[in-house]
Design a protein around this ligand. Structure first.
Ligand code: NDP
Length: 251
């Protein structure tokens, strides 16, 4: 029997691949056999070098996803440099914190444009390539705030609950065309994004007390879920939001 998690010969575009969860996912996909197009504002040099050390082809694609301007070019460059597009991981994301009473339009637009609008239009650009080939895997990075309200992060909560919605909608529209659209909802993952929370001893303690697994997740913890959703092992999984959260939502 063939290994259902084998990604040999597949090309994966991963946004925000230079650090954190995006880097963890890119390297897990590379370890499973995929070639990697590492997309981001900062060049994902380390990610590309590590993927190449695993014997994969890997290329940097420079793009700022605060607007949708680069989405078609990202797909074109992946196809040009690596010969195809089989997997898209929409990971790039930002967060802005403030009380809802004081929240500004700038902080709303910056987060929603990057975390939701660019994700939708990159899904669209990728699907225009994937649908004619009758095959493709799209993985959107959601959050616990896809399911919960959170506090002082209104645009982030809107963007991540929106990710849940468009993941299901696009699965509805594209499942019969051979495209799987799913999401991963990470719990508390130790990255630059959460460095301030980790450094705050009181916050850190209360977070750890609330996580059944009693530890922060790592970018590597996201990798296995991504390989599953990128591989033929998940061919009948559609519109699913897979929490990888150490049990946070089970509590
Ligand atoms: P990091 O801050 O460590 O990394 C964010 C990544 O997104 C970076 O590669 C960054 O690139 C990229 N990025 C941000 N803005 C843009 C942009 N305009 N254009 C292109 N790339 C951009 O965050 P994490 O690894 O923690 O988060 C990754 C994803 O996971 C995000 O969507 C986040 O919301 C989500 N998530 C994270 C959780 C956590 O606990 N860490 C929990 C739940 C969800 P650059 O370095 O160049 O800015």
């Amino acid at each position: 029997m063939q290994n259902p998690f084998d990604l040999t010969g597949r090309v994966a575009v991963v946004t925000g691949a230079n650090t954190g969860i995006g880097q963890g996912i890119a390297l897990a996909l590379a370890a499973a056999g995929a070639d990697i197009a590492a997309v981001g504002r900062s060049p994902a040099q380390e990610t590309v070098e590590k993927a190449r050390a695993l014997g994969r082809r890997a290329e940097i694609i420079s793009a700022d996803l605060s607007t949708i301007e680069p989405v078609d070019r990202i797909v074109d460059e992946a196809v040009e440099k690596l010969g195809g597009l089989d997997i898209l991981v929409n990971n790039a994301g930002i967060i802005r914190r403030n009380d809802s009473l004081d929240f500004t339009e700038e902080d709303w637009d910056a987060v929603v444009d990057t975390n939701l609008k660019s994700v939708f239009f990159l899904c669209q650009a990728a699907a225009r390539k994937m649908i004619p080939q009758g095959r493709g895997k799209i993985i959107n990075i959601a959050s616990m705030l896809t399911f919960q309200g959170g506090i002082r992060v209104p645009s982030y909560t809107a963007s991540k609950s929106g990710i849940g919605g468009i993941t299901k909608l696009l699965a509805n529209e594209w499942a019969a065309k051979g495209i799987n659209v799913n999401a991963i909802a990470p719990g508390y993952i130790a990255t630059n994004n959460t460095a301030a929370l980790q450094a705050d001893a009181a916050r850190n303690r209360s977070i750890l007390e609330r996580i059944p697994a009693a530890r922060w997740g790592s970018p590597d913890d996201m990798g296995g879920a991504a390989v599953f959703l990128a591989s033929s092992a998940s061919d009948y999984v559609q519109g699913h939001i897979l929490a990888v959260d150490g049990g946070w939502l089970a509590r």
